[in-house]
Design a protein. Structure first.
Length: 558
């Protein structure tokens, strides 16, 4: 929607016209309108859309207790596809004047307030409202509309909160995020965020009014739609899934474990605009431990700065490619670590915890993200989706996420997941079929027992049988091996872990499972979990060189 057109429908019309040319089907009429409904070989049945216009949806959230209601508010915002700019809480260690100054500086698209259980004390959540109201927060897109504020706290405080805010904000009241201490109810707040995104944020995109008249389903923030399709897949197949989308500035991680959905945005971890943050947060030694070639650290730092000022460039040499993929491993590892730390709370409304559990869960480091339970790991984003070799994508996923047991690896072929997320709202069956047949490229299966052992000692033995493959063997600690199993092929694998190693049934207990092949096949990983790789070059280079050769990652360097 940039100049000279400054109209979102221009881009839509151009894209649909291109699809029409490729498909040989007329989709746009002489007035530039999408033809609906379909008649014979002209037009389409439905037009749906996602949006990340204006940098997507940006929110501020506020809650009484940072670890509880504020965390619930953050989860609701992230699940709706927002970037959370800041979390204001009564116990966030900032003085009131510092909090007010921060609220004035932020300029979010909307604010979500939560606090207190229904029927409980109202004073703390009212104090939050009294902090935000006089700060007069200004919306990002200027003063033409009133700042949307969603109140999702103690219902007893609603009348006082309504009195606290004046006409400068548009206050919406939804059911409490935490109606009782041990239960979370995020759905109503998420739905309201979507509605306000349409009414307020997207309303400022030029040509938006015309676009919304074209769509057959509400426009969704792009990350929210990705979350929706992952949830739909996990529920439909009865599996646990993790998806990642790594971009230039941010890395989104989505997970569904035991039916509970979580999403996090690591706004400072990306491959171009935020690449310096990755190098700073991970440390150059941690990045270089994945590099098997000799590299000059000063030259690498220049390379990082060049990537920031020329974010669309792609690696032109083997050295540049190896370094970029090393950075991506650390960006993904850190983003997943943040995700696991965040997904530690109540497991939805179906499962209740005691008050003691509720208070202890964040400090005890418990997480509902369990790599041993993980069935499907999906990659998206330039460095993963467009790696020159599929096996490089698989290696980055395995090294960064360290899946345990037996896990299917896949990648989103052409960033189709957001669009399927919206399609799932209109036609769930069609979305699932397209996801399975056209969206996902299956890389294969990773087999990686959990545990640690002495290098060279037995890690696990395996037996793999299919009509195309009949393999028996043993993997030593520290060893990687790749076996071919074509996409669409199924095989039965029996894994017998050595004593002290667990492949899903307990230490030393065998596991038998049907696995699927893919463009990479089967990766047998005996490196142990947690995967340990020294930052000392004299130790990491031989290990990484051996692993690269086992997977034939960089044929040019061997």
């Amino acid at each position: 929607m940039e100049e000279p057109a400054a109209d979102v429908t221009v881009g839509v019309t151009n894209a649909v016209t291109e699809i029409a040319e490729l498909s040989g089907r007329k989709l746009v009429d002489d007035n530039g309108q999408i033809i609906r409904p379909a008649q014979g070989d002209v037009g389409c049945d439905a037009y749906i859309s996602t949006s990340s216009a204006g940098g997507g949806l940006q929110m501020m959230v506020a809650g009484v207790v940072r670890e509880m209601t504020a965390a619930s508010a953050k989860r609701a915002a992230l699940g709706a596809g927002a970037i959370v700019m800041d979390v204001i809480a009564s116990n966030d260690r900032r003085l009131p004047h510092e909090q007010i100054q921060r609220i004035r500086e932020l300029r979010p698209d909307m604010i979500l307030i939560s606090g207190g259980t229904d029927g409980g004390t109202t004073s703390h959540v009212v104090q939050l409202a009294e902090l935000i109201a006089p700060a007069k927060p200004q919306p990002r897109f200027g003063s033409e509309y009133r700042m949307p504020v969603i109140y999702a706290g103690n219902k007893e405080a609603v009348p006082i909160v309504e009195e606290t805010f004046d006409k400068s904000v548009e206050l919406s009241v939804v059911p409490n995020l935490r109606p009782v201490l041990e239960r979370e109810n995020l759905g109503p707040a998420r739905d309201k965020i979507h509605d306000l995104f349409l009414e307020h944020v997207m309303a400022h995109a030029p040509g938006y009014d015309k676009l919304i008249s074209w769509t057959d389903s509400p426009i969704m923030p792009t990350p929210g739609a990705v979350g929706d399709i992952l949830r739909t897949i996990a529920e439909g197949q009865g599996i646990n899934a993790v998806g990642v989308d790594i971009g230039g500035a941010t890395t989104d991680v989505f997970s569904v474990f035991d039916g509970v959905f979580n999403r996090t945005v690591s706004a400072n971890l990306g491959m171009s605009y935020s690449i310096s943050n990755v190098c700073s947060e991970a440390g150059m030694p941690s990045i270089l431990r994945w590099v098997h070639l000799e590299m000059d650290e000063r030259e690498l730092r220049n390379r990082v700065k060049n990537k920031m000022i020329r974010p669309t460039t792609i690696p032109q040499t083997l050295e540049a490619l190896v370094f970029e993929q090393a950075v991506s491993r650390e960006a993904l590892r850190l983003a997943y670590q943040q995700h696991k730390e965040f997904a530690t709370t109540l497991k939805g409304v179906q499962q209740q915890r005691t008050v003691g559990d509720t208070f202890s869960q964040n400090t005890s480091g418990q997480t509902i993200v369990d790599n041993m339970k993980l069935d499907l790991l999906v990659a998206s984003g330039g460095v993963l989706s467009h790696a020159p070799r599929m096996v490089q994508t698989a290696a980055m996923l395995v090294d960064a996420f360290q899946p345990e047991g037996i896990t299917t690896l896949a990648k989103d072929s052409i960033f189709m997941m957001p669009h399927l997320g919206v399609l799932a709202q209109v036609h769930s069956k069609a979305a699932l079929e397209v996801f399975e047949r056209d969206c996902l490229i299956y890389l294969g299966t990773c087999v990686a027992p959990k545990g640690q052992g002495q290098r060279g000692k037995p890690c696990f033995s395996y037996s793999i049988r299919s009509h195309a493959l009949n393999e028996l063997g043993e993997i030593s600690c520290g060893e990687l091996k790749q076996l071919p199993l074509a996409d669409g092929e199924k095989a039965e694998i029996t894994v017998e872990p050595a004593r002290g190693f667990d492949c899903g049934a307990g230490k030393g207990k065998p596991v038998r499972k049907e696995i699927r092949g893919g463009t990479v096949g089967i990766i047998l990983d005996g490196r142990g979990r947690e995967l340990e790789l020294s930052t000392k070059r004299e130790q990491s280079v031989p290990a990484v060189t051996q692993w690269n050769q086992a997977l034939d990652l960089y044929p040019e360097s061997s």
